[in-house]
Design a protein around this ligand. Structure first.
Ligand SMILES: *Cc1c(COP(=O)(O)O)cnc(C)c1O
Length: 393
């Protein structure tokens, strides 16, 4: 029971609403300082005139949107990107006043009206939305700042890039709209430096620049790069980069890992709730997928798939304790998982193990889980649930 509640939660600033220590069972630790230093490191990579947009959609990739937005701003971000109207409103309600771009498509007039009210910039993909915005703005006596998206090869949102120049002009002629930026999104920028990834990225860049060239003197902000594009090549930066994953301390792929020093901002931890000594030949957890091959010391850890540890990872991951790796065994259950502590006789009830993040020199990255579960680090970060208390450290 050595370190159970050894810290005074009040003095550590970690008291929960009900006054109890949120670190009783399982929790996430978010380092605002890591986000700030990642933003700073990314800014160093950008040309002086190039701005950093912090993409804080999906509750800041699971880290807490307000926390990461404030940290990114301290590190030099000058605008924020969200996916939904609600995410934008929450940032405004939190008192953040810098430009916010809604990256998703808003189709309801009421949603666009709310955008105008909260001074959030909608993304336009067609003249239909531009005219809706123009009408809303005329009725309100207020001008509406918007951005136009071009599809240069992602085949998701945006107008056909061939129509980009015509739409840019048409939107600029709508007197109630202020077209602030024109942007596009890369589909393969995290791929290797040769082959399809390079070819398609260059093609997207050429298409994008065919539009930007025609409007160079128009006082528009042009942006194309996500984290991968930002780390891949400065010629993709244009006037602004939109960075998500790298802000949270992870490179989108192995070969982009060395560009800037990034510090993971999220740690996931849980406590051992019970230690069991069992003989050889005992089946463990649902389905008995794991059977002990020797007399074993098993630790029950209070975190499961309802907290965001995917059941696909059963029997494949490890947890860290005192700088060592302990294999997780048997099916991960909704609220708990089992760890083989036979070779770690000092592990005790109440001890804290690390599922994601570092412990001493050992570290487990979202990328490690992603490789084991046919996923990607983005999805791993977004998968943690509200049951897991989130502590800013
Ligand atoms: C999510 C998103 C980003 C950020 O992507 P990362 O790969 O996490 O850097 C940038 N632009 C758009 C349009 C997005 O939807």
């Amino acid at each position: 029971m050595s370190d159970l509640f050894v810290d005074n939660p009040q003095s550590a600033g970690l008291e929960h609403q009900n006054g109890s220590d949120p670190r009783q069972r399982a929790w996430m630790e978010v380092s605002a300082q890591a986000v700030e230093s990642n933003a700073r490191a990314l800014r160093q990579l950008l040309a002086p005139g190039c701005a950093l947009m912090a993409v804080v959609k999906a509750d800041g990739y699971g880290h807490g949107a307000e926390t990461v937005a404030r940290a990114a701003i301290c590190g030099g971000a000058t605008s924020l990107g969200v996916a939904t109207l609600q995410e934008g409103i929450e940032l405004r309600r939190a008192g953040l006043e810098l430009p916010v771009l809604v990256l998703g498509n808003l189709i309801q007039v009421e949603d666009l009206r709310a955008c105008l009210h909260w001074q959030l910039m909608p993304t336009l993909s067609s003249m239909r939305e531009a005219l809706l915005c123009q009408n809303l703005a005329s009725g309100s006596g207020r001008r509406f700042a918007v951005q136009l998206k071009l599809d240069t090869g992602m085949t998701r949102l945006g107008c056909d890039w061939q129509d980009g120049s015509r739409l840019t002009q048409a939107i600029q002629q709508l007197d109630q709209l202020i077209l602030r930026g024109v942007y596009s999104h890369l589909a393969l920028a995290d791929g290797g430096p040769s082959g399809d990834a390079e070819r398609i990225t260059r093609l997207q860049q050429e298409r994008f620049e065919a539009v930007t060239r025609a409007h160079r003197s128009d006082n528009l902000q042009f942006h194309l790069a996500n984290s991968a594009g930002t780390l891949r090549d400065r010629s993709l930066h244009h006037d602004q980069v939109r960075v998500g994953l790298a802000l949270y301390g992870h490179a989108p792929s192995e070969h982009l890992n060395q560009t800037v020093p990034l510090e993971p901002a999220m740690g996931v931890k849980a406590r051992v709730s019970l230690i069991r000594d069992v003989p050889a030949g005992v089946g463990v957890s649902y389905g008995h997928r794991f059977v002990t091959s020797r007399p074993s010391r098993l630790a029950v850890v209070g975190i499961g798939y309802a907290d965001g540890v995917s059941r696909c990872l059963s029997g494949q991951i490890a947890v860290l304790h005192a700088g060592r790796r302990l294999p997780q065994v048997g099916a991960i259950t909704m609220d708990q998982l089992m760890v083989d502590a036979t070779d770690h006789p000092t592990l005790d009830v109440g001890d804290v193990v690390t599922l994601l993040g570092s412990d001493g020199d050992a570290v487990i990255h979202p990328q490690d889980w992603a490789e084991l579960s046919d996923s990607i680090p983005w999805e791993v970060l977004c998968s943690f649930k509200h049951r897991l208390p989130r502590l800013v450290v």
